[in-house]
Write a protein that binds this ligand. Structure first.
Ligand code: AGP
Length: 622
């Protein structure tokens, strides 16, 4: 997820671009850049690694870069580590490694999204004499626009529509053509893009906050559409190049609400981004219905040789590991051990050099997880990292990396990153099972096909939001909340309990349902909320009996189970249902109501949901 902005009008563009990017830093902040044209002069491109302020200081807040037409970008790396060369804007010609200075390129552009077939496009263009200076998918699409523009001697709109037909993936693309000074052309598929209309000036941005200061009158460009922006005018075209009409919409949000996409908190926004994040992560390795781990760097031979797996992580990432243990052991029959990184690093673990250590981390900077990675490597064990931040310490030091494509996660309490980590582990389990001959082709393809339904099924769960909000509000003053489950349902309970604790400050425990009677059941009193998680049919009756045990001691029961188990309402006081799916994948659905429970109780208690007390987004110290 990145942020793009654009401006054409009579004012100086650079300050407007930098200001707009500052409102989009929540969309990505590992590098930034702008390209500005002064009249007919070629674009000046200035890029910088790090937060936006580095670029702003280089440009004296924009004063150092004259011109009234330009583009800007703040990056969240998905392809290519954070660096000046990989930062946007990208150009059709060659760009010095520093990525700054005037460029004589015919096409200069910025992009938000993921081009899935960028490698094949890159190879095609290399064969036609293009050279590349970056590792990004964006450079490929910019050069492809240039290729069509020159090959067919067509205008910018046609060059863009030809490009759109050729590429697969998602994009909000904004480009300037050397032969068309003062004009900006945009193309969109799936990624957000809005266009603002003012008096003699036109704006574009990934999101409303970037332009709200200048205009509340915006156009929403449709999917697979192109637009031509000139000062104060916008023309839209469909994929055939035919002109189409759009009306402007007046934005009522204030800037802060806009940054959260209209949600009250980043956490809720990110809960709602889970379908997209999971879809993007699936798309990164599922090609034509099969899993391809080339980008992860795991070969079939290496997969066949794995003797044991040790998963190491902290917090929610550790809970992903607990779930992954069940799925990998069942589908791939590889012994899996899950360890807290803070324990692993001091335990002198017994590791088989033919094993594999998997380190899971959203930030890629968690001190304990990084130390655990180094401990494993010191013992000669290969490390695979499942990480959300490209170029992070854990990503750089691991032998292999499976990047989750959750985009920047701003709320301290992880939601979409957790969900993409789950999916990554499911994908590994399926592929390991297939490569090691434990999954027949038909079952292999069926599992992948079912995984592909998870994004929509998460969206369906979110439709139950209001019911969960109503129930959560009844427990805003709870003192203790228990989450119980067996097998994968226990793993889900762990995450539900942590969400509750970390954002609502209500004491909570997750318990293996069968373990309650060995002591903890003494804590159950009249009205204690116990949330039973029952997504695993073979364990369903067992957990129901545990729920009955606590109910007989006064507990108030919430049941979380799959549609069809309507008899749950004979036992639970309140029941939440999730769509049926392969039981291995149930955590991806069951976690959503639990995220919402924690969120709504926190809101009901008037707490700072996005920045809970005592917590940091990334624990980079011991
Ligand atoms: C989860 O909501 C917490 N924010 C925390 O437990 C987090 O999962 C843990 O600190 C690990 O962080 P990482 O994934 O960045 O390594």
């Amino acid at each position: 997820m990145c942020g793009i902005v654009g401006f054409t009008g009579e004012k100086q563009a650079a300050p407007i671009l930098l200001d707009g990017l500052s409102k989009l830093e929540y969309r990505g902040y590992d590098s930034a850049g702008i390209a500005v044209r002064d009249g007919d002069a070629p674009a000046e491109v200035v890029k910088a690694k790090g937060r936006l302020k580095v670029l702003a200081e280089m440009l004296d807040d924009g004063k150092a870069l004259p011109g009234t037409c330009g583009l800007g970008h703040t990056r969240w790396a998905t392809h290519g580590e954070p660096s000046k060369a990989n930062a946007h804007p990208h150009v059709s010609g060659n760009c010095t490694g520093s990525g700054s200075g005037a460029v004589e390129s015919d096409v200069v552009g910025v992009h938000n999204g993921i081009i899935e077939n960028y490698q094949e496009i890159r190879e095609k263009l290399l064969r036609r004499g293009y050279t590349f200076y970056s590792d990004t998918d964006t450079e490929s699409i910019i050069k492809l626009v240039d290729y069509y523009y020159k090959k067919y001697g067509i205008g910018p709109v046609d060059a863009l529509t030809r490009t759109m037909v050729r590429v697969r993936g998602s994009y909000a693309l904004a480009v300037m053509f050397k032969d068309y000074p003062g004009e900006i052309y945009v193309a969109r598929k799936d990624s957000p893009l809005i266009i603002g209309a003012g008096e003699g000036e036109t704006f574009l941005a990934s999101d409303v906050p970037a332009i709200l200061k200048y205009t509340r009158s915006v156009y929403y460009i449709g999917n697979l559409e192109v637009a031509r922006l000139t000062p104060g005018e916008v023309h839209f075209f469909d994929l055939n190049g035919d002109e189409i009409q759009h009306d402007t919409v007046e934005i009522a949000w204030d800037s802060e609400a806009a940054e959260k996409g209209g949600f009250e908190h980043f956490m809720m926004k990110e809960i709602y981004e889970q379908p997209r994040a999971v879809q993007d992560t699936l798309n990164s390795v599922v090609k034509e219905g099969r899993i391809d781990l080339t980008s992860v760097g795991l070969t079939d031979e290496e997969i066949r040789d794995i003797s044991q797996i040790t998963i190491v992580a902290c917090g929610s990432a550790y809970h992903v590991g607990v779930a992954a243990q069940y799925v990998i052991e069942e589908l791939a029959r590889i012994p899996v051990r899950v360890e807290l990184a803070s324990e692993f690093r001091y335990r002198k673990p017994l590791l088989d050099p033919k094993g594999l250590v998997i380190v899971i981390s959203q930030s890629g900077e968690t001190a304990d997880s990084l130390a655990a990675l180094r401990e494993a490597k010191q013992r000669g064990v290969p490390v695979l990292a499942i990480v959300n931040v490209v170029g992070s310490s854990i990503a750089r030091e691991a032998d292999k990396v499976f990047y989750t494509l959750a985009g920047p996660e701003i709320a301290v309490a992880t939601t979409k990153a957790y969900s993409t980590q789950l999916i990554a582990c499911d994908l590994l389990a399926i592929q390991f099972g297939r490569v090691r001959g434990l999954l027949e082709e038909e079952r292999y393809l069926a599992l992948i096909a079912e995984l592909q339904t998870i994004p929509n099924k998460i969206s369906r769960v979110l439709k139950d939001k209001e019911r969960i909000q109503w129930f959560a509000a009844k427990f805003a003053n709870a003192q203790d909340i228990f989450f119980i489950g067996r097998g994968l349902d226990y793993a889900i309970s762990l995450e539900g309990s942590l969400k509750m604790k970390e954002i609502s400050y209500v004491h909570s425990e997750a318990y293996a349902a069968g373990e309650l009677k060995h002591g903890t059941i003494s804590l159950i009193e009249d009205g204690t909320l116990v949330i039973g998680v029952l997504t695993q049919d073979h364990l369903y009756e067992k957990t129901v009996s545990n729920m009955v045990e606590v109910k007989s001691r006064g507990a108030y029961l919430m049941g979380l189970t799959s549609y069809g188990h309507y008899e749950m309402e004979d036992t639970a006081n309140f029941t939440v249902y999730i769509p049926k799916t392969e039981e291995y994948f149930a955590p991806s659905l069951a976690v959503v109501p639990l995220q919402l429970m924690g969120y709504y109780i926190s809101v009901a208690r008037g707490l700072d949901v996005d920045k809970p007390r005592n917590l940091a987004k990334s624990v980079t110290v011991e």
